[in-house]
Design a protein. Sequence first.
Length: 309
Amino acid sequence: MQRRNFLATLLPAAAASRLTAQPEQSWGGPVLDTHLHLRADADACFTHMRGCGVTNAVLLTPAADQQRAKAEMARRPGHFVRSVRIDPSLAESGQLLRDSLRDGAVSIGELKFHLALDSKEMRRVYDIAAEFQVPVMMHIQNFPHFAGELPYNTGYPEFDKVLRAYPRTTFIGHGDLFWAHISADVPTDRGYPAGPVKAGGLTDRWLSDFPNLYGDLSANSGNNALSRDPEFSRGFLSRHKTKLIFGSDCSCSDGNGAGVSQNNNPEASRLAGKCVARETLTLLQRLASSQVFRAVTWENGVKLFKVRT
């Protein structure tokens, strides 16, 4: 074989090797994104992951798109698991959740609907999650991102009653209000509080008090919670090192901030043009020990979502 042809055969292999090795080199080991919404274009999720250094992901998937998620998983074996979500108020929701869980979905969520956390519709979901021993992820928000937006999963200050009533159900909290409540002082005029955290916040307390509650650090809400008071965050991450999971909930196209980011959420403009995953991983690396970083970005999520490695 001529030298030119030989080198030509090596180049694609070298490029593939770099593509495979790059993510784990970025963050010192594998990273599980527990909050990656299934995208419309094939390989778009994988492109984002490779760009920001993520190796594996939970594809948050509507019940109607389960087959599309399975096709994405088949295209990239060993990189994905999938969730199932549907509006719990629909009559067929229970059957569709059970069908998807029997067919391999590993979690329920993200549930982002205009319901109360203690509503009968949500309680049916909690029963199904306990039945199948899968976590349920909920977006908890009361301040609108845009004019006319209604609250999601209301009643968080009373959520401890639900946590007590469903000890066999594993809950994952996420969203503006969930993370605002790391502080005992929660403003009512914005979704993302700034400045020092006041000790005694509900989320901080309940992560300690209830074995069945976990926190998803994705999106601007999780990033804001970690960045607003670094000294508090260092203790918070250490204190809840087995109860926190990394997620992106990022809409950038390439894992480096390109394309639309933080769309329709003006209050989150501080992360516009940035990759939320990359920003939060950098923040976690700065605030946490290497052991806590590894737990939050890999070990906790692998255990929670039963990811085979």
